[in-house]
Design a protein around this ligand. Sequence first.
Ligand SMILES: NC(=O)CC(=O)C(=O)O
Length: 307
Amino acid sequence: MASVFKPEEARFPTALQPPVPPVSKFKIALCQLSVTADKSRNIAHARRAIEEGASKGAQLVLLPEIWNSPYSNESFPVYAEDIESGDGAAPSYSMLSEAARSLKITIVGGSIPERSGDHLYNTCCIFGTDGSLKGKHRKLHLFDIDIPGKITFKESKTLTAGQQPTIVDTDVGRIGVGICYDIRFQELAVLYAARGAHLICYPGAFNMTTGPLHWELLQRARAADNQLFVATCSPARDASAGYIAWGHSTLVGPFGEVIATTEHEEAIIVEEIDYSLIELRRSNLPLQIQRRGDLYKFVDVQRVSHH
Ligand SMILES: NC(=O)CC(=O)C(=O)O
């Protein structure tokens, strides 16, 4: 199950050697999917992509952010699923669980709008090879940005932020999860590294303004700073959509190197992850023991609110 973090731990992460992973090499599939307004089609389409990834040897499949619904504040309430109800009213969630179980793979299920009581979340569910839910990550940092003339989006109009970082032990190693805007907050990645993550998965849908400048830069920075693997998965680009995704799903290694990437069309990347590279890079550049934690402890600062 997902580890629970106390706030004080989050402020002062203590370094941990990553545990020996259950596998040292395995294949990951990044399914960059087209997303339409037809939810049933999106679910069937994602199911086929997962199967294709597994048929090419992937033991871990990663899906995009908001793959069952258009990415808009109008759509989130309409496409949302109550994944805690267990009454079969969560077809996206059920499909992921069934696919993980029948294909015997781990799935980091991108994200879907989740309804819980009166709240909506942008939620990633992680399933083990038996189909069980290993963890659930609700986007921690909501995407509220305003770049006049370029892009304005306010997820907080409809969504509520999650309250827990999410790190899970799976058959393919210890995985930290963030969703899209979460990648901009380096502290989260530092925390996952400190908790022994081998890989951080970020389902994400960057856009045509920030994507070209920041998408790859942030992934490589999170990977190189923390000397671990980073995998991202975006929806494919739809130039007619209200929100146009940048695409470019990518796998980055612990030296900050891009191992595999794609353009903006639909694509399934299947690529090897070799965890021995983590140890190699950490011995090449022993950042963890060179870190001057005595000089830069996190301090509490009052949040500044923007109006
Ligand atoms: N869509 C997001 O959550 C993030 C994004 O597009 C950005 O940070 O830029």
